[in-house]
Design a protein around this ligand. Structure first.
Ligand code: NI
Length: 235
């Protein structure tokens, strides 16, 4: 009887151990699968990721064409905010920009800080640059980027109401004008960028153009799609 009891006990312990082992194996298997699935999902995610490249201060006789060629090669649409003073003599570049499907917005006539000017004067400057763009492309711009991102309520009121232009700022400042090194610019952007963000670059430096191409290739590999700012600003 005693012997029988301990046998039954041993059998019970044995079954219990097997159950624990079973649960453990199941847990580990599921765990590994969940981790593997997580990694797989990260690489093959269907969740779309978008980013917009913006280029200010052009068109630039030396670098804008190189940039446009590289963007076309990569089938990327970007957004350009032009300075009125840079348009004369570079009309073909602006036309090409438009033909290639890039968004063209206003940056100003020259690069003055419009928040420091009287709103009426700012409106006049922006309207003039917008008109220069319209003369070349036949299209009225819908967006503007204030130089230095400098903006205030008076400008919002005047520019928004009189010109119906939407100001576009940025999320990621590449600091390309300061860094002047494509590797450093790429590193800065890749470190800061997140889904749905706008990246600021300038098509007036060789390093910026080279960096833009690397940014495109690297973010594409991470599943990003490049869009124009209007596509990001629709809520
Ligand atoms: Ni600028």
């Amino acid at each position: 009887m005693r012997h029988g009891t301990s046998l039954a006990l041993l059998l019970m312990i044995g079954l219990f151990d097997m159950a624990i082992l079973g649960i453990l194996i199941l847990y580990l298997t599921v765990g590994v699968e969940v981790t593997a699935m997580g990694q797989w999902k990260e690489l093959h995610s269907d969740d779309p990721k978008y980013v917009a490249l913006t280029f200010d201060d052009g068109p630039n006789r030396e670098y804008t064409k190189v940039l446009l060629d590289g963007l076309k090669e990569r089938n990327v649409k970007a957004s350009f905010f032009l300075l009125g003073k840079c348009i004369p003599g570079n009309e073909e570049l602006v036309k090409l920009m438009d033909r290639d499907g890039h968004l063209i917005g206003v940056h100003g006539m020259d690069h003055r800080d419009l928040a420091k000017e009287k709103p009426e004067y700012a409106v006049k400057q922006i309207a003039e640059a917008g008109e220069m763009i319209r003369e070349v492309t036949g299209k009225e711009p819908d967006y503007m980027r204030p130089p230095y991102g400098s903006w205030n309520e008076n400008l919002e009121e005047a520019v928004g109401k009189e010109l119906l232009l939407v100001p576009v700022f940025w999320d990621v400042d590449s600091l390309d004008w300061k860094l002047q090194d494509s590797g450093k610019i790429v590193k800065k952007v890749l470190k800061d960028v997140e889904n749905g963000e706008i990246i600021l670059l300038h098509d007036e430096f060789a390093a910026s153009v080279e960096a833009a191409f690397q940014i495109i290739d690297k973010l594409r590999a991470k599943g990003y799609t490049f869009v124009t700012v209007d596509e990001l600003m629709v809520d």
